[in-house]
Design a protein around this ligand. Structure first.
Ligand SMILES: Nc1ncnc2c1ncn2[C@@H]1O[C@H](COP(=O)(O)OP(=O)(O)O)[C@@H](O)[C@H]1O
Ligand SMILES: [Mg+2]
Length: 357
């Protein structure tokens, strides 16, 4: 087999930027690769030297080898085989075509194309769909739940204050706690459904806003002996919806406190000027961190690893930050901690921001 000339042929019909092509034969009951070419090879962490002359076991982990050998076997038996796979965040679609001479397979040609972008788009579309369902639900029932809930809560408080049987107090406390939780879910629902309705931009001192949030979270942090420290060398006023940015900070601090176990009793909050155009707020914890498998799901509605979590906190943050034309970025090391960075634009006037919606 002359691999040099084959490479030229394949280049004409395989977009080298987005895929690769490979060939294998079956020899002594083993699938041996005889050729590989294309840009995607490096992206999936391979190189021709690793692949050519070797079987799958030579360069793939055992669980992947098993799965692929099934496809390879089918192709060798004369079937065209399609399969999807992913390595290191790259999703690909592979097609195996057996080349048959006199009814015998002499080699199999595999073509692989990068479908990462399509996969991401598909996921986003699914997420939007989920969100629109959430939105409809929220718009329809959240108000209806909130009104009776307010009466329930008010009366439960009155009963708690006047009850004479002390044994009932813990039950009433649980009722009040649970009503708070329902209220929180309903509020988050309503915000996700219609985040733009209540936006009120005004000049806000971010240093004060951060201090207020830290103070607000103080009692909860104290319970776990966590010290929340603010580092801000500049005074920053931003044109933003202060209440919403507070909501973002509170959600993030809450997550940081919840993630903190026995190790780091410290959460750092910092405020800095990035440029004339933007400022950055950073919240770092030394908590449990986020594993790679969880990382991609953080902004999904209802994705929570907590028994009592709503899985709406980070999504709400993202919605608010998007509305402010900013960005939110998460970096995490499992077991070491998590850093959340929020970048917000500054000095944009209210009109231009609202018109941009
Ligand atoms: N600082 C953090 N450290 C570790 N995990 C985090 C952190 N922030 C968020 N997470 C993970 O992201 C998930 C989603 O967070 P969120 O949207 O606020 O929902 P919830 O807090 O209700 O679970 C959490 O359940 C948790 O697994
Ligand atoms: Mg949360």
């Amino acid at each position: 087999m002359n691999d040099e000339s084959s490479a030229v042929d394949y280049e004409q019909f395989i977009p080298r930027e987005t895929g690769f092509i490979f060939k294998f034969i079956k020899k002594d009951n083993q699938f041996i690769h005889t050729f590989i070419e294309g840009k995607l090879i490096e992206k999936v962490g391979l190189c021709p030297d690793l692949v050519i002359g070797r079987s799958l076991t030579g360069f793939l982990p055992a669980d992947q080898v098993k799965r692929k050998e099934v496809f390879y076997e089918k192709a060798w038996n004369g079937e065209q085989v399609n399969y999807e796979g992913s390595v290191g965040g790259i999703h690909y679609l592979a097609v195996l075509n057996p080349i048959r001479v006199n009814g015998e397979t002499v080699e199999v040609i595999g073509t692989t194309i990068d479908i990462t972008k399509e996969k991401i788009r598909e996921k986003q579309a699914q997420q939007m769909e989920k969100l629109s369902v959430v939105g409809e639900l929220a718009a329809g029932i959240a108000h209806e739940i909130r009104n009776p809930l307010t009466s329930l809560k008010g009366f439960a408080k009155i009963v708690k204050e006047s009850v004479t049987d002390q044994k009932l107090i813990p039950y009433l406390d649980i009722m009040l706690d649970e009503m708070d939780r329902i209220n929180q879910i309903v509020n988050e629902f309503m915000f996700i459904a219609k985040p733009k309705e209540n936006v009120r931009f005004q000049y806000t001192n971010i240093n004060k806003l951060l201090r207020d949030c830290i103070q607000f979270m103080g009692p909860q942090a104290n319970l776990k002996s966590i010290n929340i420290e603010l580092e801000a060398e500049v005074q920053i006023n931003l044109n933003c919806d202060g209440n919403q940015i507070k909501q973002v900070l509170i959600n993030i601090l809450q997550n940081a406190i919840e993630a903190t176990e026995n190790n780091g009793h410290f959460i750092g909050v910092s405020l800095e000027e990035m440029s004339a155009e933007s400022v950055m707020i950073t919240v770092s914890d030394k908590g449990c961190g986020i594993s790679e498998s969880r990382f991609n799901r953080l902004f999904e509605p209802f994705y929570s690893t907590k028994e009592k979590g709503t899985g709406l906190g980070l999504l709400t943050c993202k919605r608010i930050i998007d509305l402010h034309h900013g960005s939110i970025d998460i970096e995490s090391q499992p077991g070491e901690g998590t850093t959340i960075r929020i970048v917000l634009p500054r000095n944009r006037n209210v009109e231009s921001m609202l018109i941009a919606e």
